[in-house]
Design a protein. Sequence first.
Length: 462
Amino acid sequence: MAKIAFFQNRLGRTDGVSLEVDKWRRVLTERLGHEVVYCAGNPDVPGHCLPELFASHPVTWRILRNASVAFTDYATPAELEAEIYMHADLIEQRLLDFIASERPDVLVPNNLCSGGFQPAAAVAFHRVIRRTGLPAIVHSHDFYYEDSGEVSATGHVAHSLYERYFPPILPRVQHVVINRIAQRWLAEHKALAATVVPNVFDFEQPAWTQDDYNADLRTMIGVSEDDLVILQATRILDRKGIELAIDMVAQLQQPGRRRTLAGAALVGGGRFREDSRIVLVCAGIVETIGISGGYWPALQARAQRLGVDLLHIGKLVGHSCGRGADGEKIYSLWDTYAHADLVTYPSQWEGWGNQFIEAVFARLPVVVFEYPVWQTDLAPHGFQVISLGDQVKRETTDGLCELPAGRMASAVDEVVSVLTNPDRREAMVAHNAEIGRREFSMAALEGLVRVLLRGAHLPEKL
């Protein structure tokens, strides 16, 4: 049995990295019989807390903002560089202390050596991997160079660190990426071979349904059984394109389309009526890492201008159900799918597509903007979706994006057709579920993880 240590700036949340780490943990422990330990920056997760890994740590946050967003808090670039290396010294020692205590056999940093937010952590991991000689599986979900709008090197200090340390080029390091675009980029720009391990899902688990625990979710958020619930399950940050979901709901509310929707059966148990609301429910956290912080207010302003019922329930939704710090009831992300009629996935950039595959498992129709990785890694499998196309206009008065003229209207007509035609809806979601079960299951992940562990050349005694 081997001990595998996972590292991340935060774990146990509803973001894609946290969810994927949990799936790897299950495969490693439940299917392969290994031991897993966590080391993350947030204290509210089982495992070791290393605060400097957390983006909200004051020094980490200052470095993050000045290296990847805007250079504002240092007199010279040399001061930023000095603090990065001082912070790396501290993180390195704490990582070495953790390794000495836990004695892991394999190190698995997740997104700490690729995304660009944590230059000090990337330097520290480079040193630790080199000094200990431990095999590492560097799992890169996002990269600093990607056209996500989140990371932009503010000067030569950040740029040179990104080029040198993201990801580490060292012996005994295996590189894992989650899409073919990243695999090709690493080969062309870093001369590195990388294994594509797509995000997966447990298609063997019981279906998500309205049950005794989540039955009151609609009541808690002020939505009735006769209201049409459209779920945006992602985090709330610029690249998620949530403004397109707002535009979609605005057109869905037009009188002619509302008349066509009349009588449609809804997941809540009721039917769409003349006075039914169409509610866009955002279940993810409002993210502030690497962005201006103005995205959510801009979304609220657009929704208000267009008369869209926009509801954020992120404080009620967690990685799993339970109770919050104040004793309030917390629902799992999966509970929100059980109460949704439709899922929107309008991201302009995703490393893969966690919330898409969750919607596939939930047997819900999905509205998708065809972002680059969708086109290269998901669309070829033949999923049936309601498409928003792959082009947006950004010259808008509110700084958000919108679709070219006429494109949204055709997508909204498709939404109405799917929601009012039960046979078409069932055929679509059943087709997608079968593809998901065949291509993106936990069994598929198990096979890939087995190969990676063999590549780590662990001692025979393990």
